[in-house]
Write a protein of this length. Structure first.
Length: 334
């Protein structure tokens, strides 16, 4: 019985491994694969041009990213997060970490100097190696991260909805050849607004632990998932236990954006850090600003650019959208 079980497990692993074909490095691609890479890259270029122009036209300031800082996203507690290693190095006698996300920088910049900001930011997350098979995880990727002082969740969500709908119609107009080649022209449709919203707690009780997979196969248009318990910086109402946050889920794909209204009150932030076992000494500037009431209410979100483009082009693996794939557990020369 035991032996049979072991065999079944092994064959399952092999089947699963075969399901997602790993992207190859650029120098190993065939001519046909290079042609496909070109279509994906032109779609990526259009997406970046469209999104950045929309942010600039809506009077957002475009900030440059950072790579090393003493403070970065704790990525904890987040039910979806799973890094197997955190990169910390010593420079000039201080311990710095590579950017896991620019959330802390966004909150500080938005409060002090840049009320509407966006950043194209490299994130380094050494995801657990088995995540190579999800097809949705890279160990280096780019977030389009944005934040707006005094904004509500509803305002951010309708901005995102307009962005997504505008992007899809622009792609269908300007990227027809590429989308036809990639087999996505007909199936990529401009969604209706407003997007539907589901409460995460309700989804979990309806679908169980596997609610994400069930949801993405049931929907035919993008939807919001709200009220997700996670990191200290997302706003939580201590009275009713509701979280004022949101994720955008795409049909047959899954999560592509996470965002929230943010915490700004010192006592709440401290209480949440202590509850979640987050090291306060890694967030000294944020805490000092909150204590001095210089941290301001804001709301925003971060979109995974490679995931968004993967969905648009129908990629089997996120690495197909990267010129130099960064696949968990698989390190290429470049
Ligand atoms: P998070 O705040 O952790 O949800 O990250 C924001 C967005 O970044 C997610 O909604 C994804 O689109 C994207 N993202 C997160 N982790 C990865 C990863 N390992 N590889 C690619 N994209 C990711
Ligand atoms: Mg998320």
């Amino acid at each position: 019985m035991r032996r049979k079980y072991a065999v079944t497990q092994r064959s399952l692993t092999i089947v699963r491994r075969r399901l997602v074909e790993m992207p190859k490095p650029l120098e190993k691609l065939s001519e046909i694969e290079i042609e496909k890479k070109g279509h994906v890259s032109r779609v990526m270029t259009h997406v970046l041009k469209y999104l950045t122009s929309k942010f600039v036209d809506s009077e957002f300031e475009w900030l440059l990213p950072v790579i090393f800082s003493m403070s970065t996203d704790p990525l904890w507690p987040d039910p979806g997060a799973s890094v197997e290693k955190r990169i910390e190095v010593e420079i000039y006698g201080k311990t710095v970490r590579t950017t896991l996300s620019m959330i802390i920088h966004k909150m500080v910049a938005c409060s002090l100097a840049h009320p509407k900001l966006f950043i194209l930011s490299p994130n380094v997350r050494i995801e657990r190696r088995e995540r190579s098979n999800s097809g949705k995880h890279a160990y280096e990727f780019t977030q389009l991260d944005f934040e707006v002082r005094n904004a509500s969740s509803e305002e951010i969500r309708s901005f995102v909805e307009e962005l997504v709908c505008g992007l899809i119609s622009s792609l269908k107009k300007h990227m027809r050849t590429e989308l036809v080649h990639l087999g996505r022209y007909d199936s990529l449709e401009v969604p209706d607004m407003p997007f539907r919203a589901y409460d995460k707690v309700e989804l979990e009780s309806k679908f169980g632990k596997d609610w994400e997979t069930r949801l993405m196969h049931e929907i035919s248009e993008p939807v919001w998932v709200t009220n997700v318990p996670r990191e200290f910086y997302d706003f939580e109402d201590f009275e009713d236990g509701q979280w004022d946050n949101y994720d955008l889920f795409l049909p047959k794909y899954g999560e592509v954006l996470s965002g929230a209204k943010r915490e700004w009150e010192y006592s709440k932030i401290v209480r949440k850090m202590e509850r979640d076992d987050v090291k306060k000494k890694n967030y000294e500037v944020l805490l000092k600003l909150a204590k001095d009431r210089r941290l301001k209410p804001s709301a925003g979100a971060g979109v995974g650019i490679e995931r968004l483009v993967s969905w648009i082009v129908g990629a089997k693996h996120i690495g197909e959208t990267q010129p130099f794939p960064k696949i968990p557990g698989l390190v290429f020369d470049l």
